[in-house]
Design a protein around this ligand. Structure first.
Ligand code: UD1
Length: 419
């Protein structure tokens, strides 16, 4: 058990290299089940969520090996089409194995992933789409049992552009017989990369990055290799942390075009943002203006950046309103920010932030990945020492975050609980 100790009041300055995108790896790795053989993913971050996905694939019979930032996956020895409950229970993205297992092997059993700290997270859209593709699905002891000798292409309209459902259906439809039209699909960059990898394996998909996907099914896919895109949520987190400390930070190995909504918002509140194809420099000389925003599916403002933005707005004199339309219950960070002195009121799914009041360090507890990032930002802008407990949440999605922050001038250390 470890915790972070932060001495607040530092201004972040310097350069930080952005790691590969967690959510891209969590979709790419299960897609390798579609094509038995050796796949290579480059620029893979060492994160506990990635290790959980590797553990799941190994439990199914794949062999996986890290060589630095390369992940080599050999999916030729698959021996099980039943995902262990213990692993799926740890990470919702484990549900991504359902589509490829079903499409490749005609049968799969995956337990319900259940709720999580963000609130209830159903999988009805995944199952709706797979049924449309011809799968028979039944529930048995909280396990989803899906069966189909061969999936058949069809037209599917998602009521909501779910990232996970789009990913699962893309993978399933790639090996289905005939064409699938998927309306109201997710357009997140991680889904685009999944589609690009499926095409490299031999699938044919039109419309990636738009809300309508046209997938031409094929009989066989072949192993390939791909470089994982940079993590846009990590990049957004460092940009916001830089702005919150009135610092100046250059992010390298990033894709500014994936961050349009966040960079636009930063500019609107007074931040100077300059970008090249692969770098972003964020400079803030003043306190931010208050803001009003709502999260939305890509290309809108990401729900995965809502908590960090809320912490940032504690610096803005005046009233800010931050609404989460994707996860209306994703506000566990508010109670912890209040312990630091934040003036925030939650009205339904809107955080009303009265910014401009000083924060004072104390002990806070992480509840989920992005909430933890918000607490780190708050700890850096607070005076005195902030102690953050339960930091295993942050290790799910940020690679070596304290080392990256230390290089930018933050005073943060990871210490065993009890010290
Ligand atoms: C993915 C991301 C997560 C991000 C989220 C929204 C990964 C591994 N995780 O999660 O970081 O916060 O997108 O951008 O890529 N829903 C249903 N029924 C379903 C599926 C979803 O009602 O069958 C609802 C969810 O409860 C939620 C909303 O749709 O309210 C968004 O979920 P979805 O886009 O599916 O998110 P995930 O794929 O789980």
């Amino acid at each position: 058990m470890e915790k972070f100790l932060i001495q607040g009041g530092q201004r972040l300055q310097g350069q930080v290299s952005i790691s590969g995108a967690k959510n891209a790896v969590l979709a790419l790795a299960p897609s390798t089940l579609l094509a038995p053989g050796v796949h290579r993913l480059y620029n893979v971050p060492r994160l506990s969520d990635v290790h959980t996905m590797v553990e799941l694939l190994e439990a199914l019979g794949c062999s996986c090996e890290f060589r630095g930032t390369e992940l080599v996956l050999d999916t030729s020895g698959l021996r099980l089409v039943r995902a262990p409950r213990e692993i799926v229970g740890r990470m919702r993205a484990s549900f991504y194995v359902l589509g490829p297992l079903l499409a490749r092997y005609g049968y799969a059993e995956v337990p319900l992933p259940g709720g999580c700290a963000l609130g209830p997270r159903p999988i009805d859209l995944h199952l709706y789409g797979l049924r449309r593709l011809g799968a028979t699905i039944e529930m048995h002891n909280d396990y989803v049992r899906a069966q189909a000798e061969r999936l058949r292409g069809t037209t599917i309209t998602l009521p909501f552009p779910s990232v996970g459902a789009t990913g699962n259906l893309l993978m399933a439809a790639a090996l289905a017989e005939g064409e699938t039209l998927l309306y109201n699909a997710a357009a997140e960059p991680e889904i685009v990369q999944l589609g690009e990898y499926l095409c490299q394996m031999g699938a044919s998909i039109e419309g990636l990055g738009t809300s309508t996907l046209h997938i031409y099914g094929t009989n066989q896919l072949n192993p390939s290799s791909i470089e994982v895109i940079p993590d846009r949520i990590e990049a957004a987190t460092f940009s916001i942390a830089a702005a919150a400390t009135q610092g100046e930070v250059t992010l390298t190995h990033t894709r500014p075009n994936h961050l349009h909504a966040v960079l636009t918002r930063l500019t609107e509140v007074g931040c100077q943002v300059t970008a090249t194809d692969s770098t972003i420099t964020v400079r803030m000389n003043t306190l931010p203006e208050p803001s009003e925003l709502s999260t939305a599916p890509y290309p809108g403002f990401p729900t995965d950046v809502q908590a960090q933005w809320t912490a940032f707005m504690l610096r803005a004199p005046g009233v800010s309103r931050i609404t989460d339309t994707i996860y209306p219950n994703r506000f566990k960070h508010i109670a912890e920010l209040q312990r630091l002195g934040a003036q925030i009121k939650l009205v339904q799914n809107t955080a009303i932030v009265r910014g401009g009041h000083p924060l004072v360090g104390t002990t806070v507890v992480s509840s989920d990945l992005r909430a933890s990032a918000a607490l780190i930002i708050a700890g850096i802008i607070a005076s005195g020492q902030t102690e953050i407990l339960e930091i295993h949440h942050i290790d799910r999605g940020y690679e070596a975050i304290e080392q990256k922050l230390q290089r930018l001038g933050a005073v943060i250390e990871r210490v065993p609980v009890g010290d």
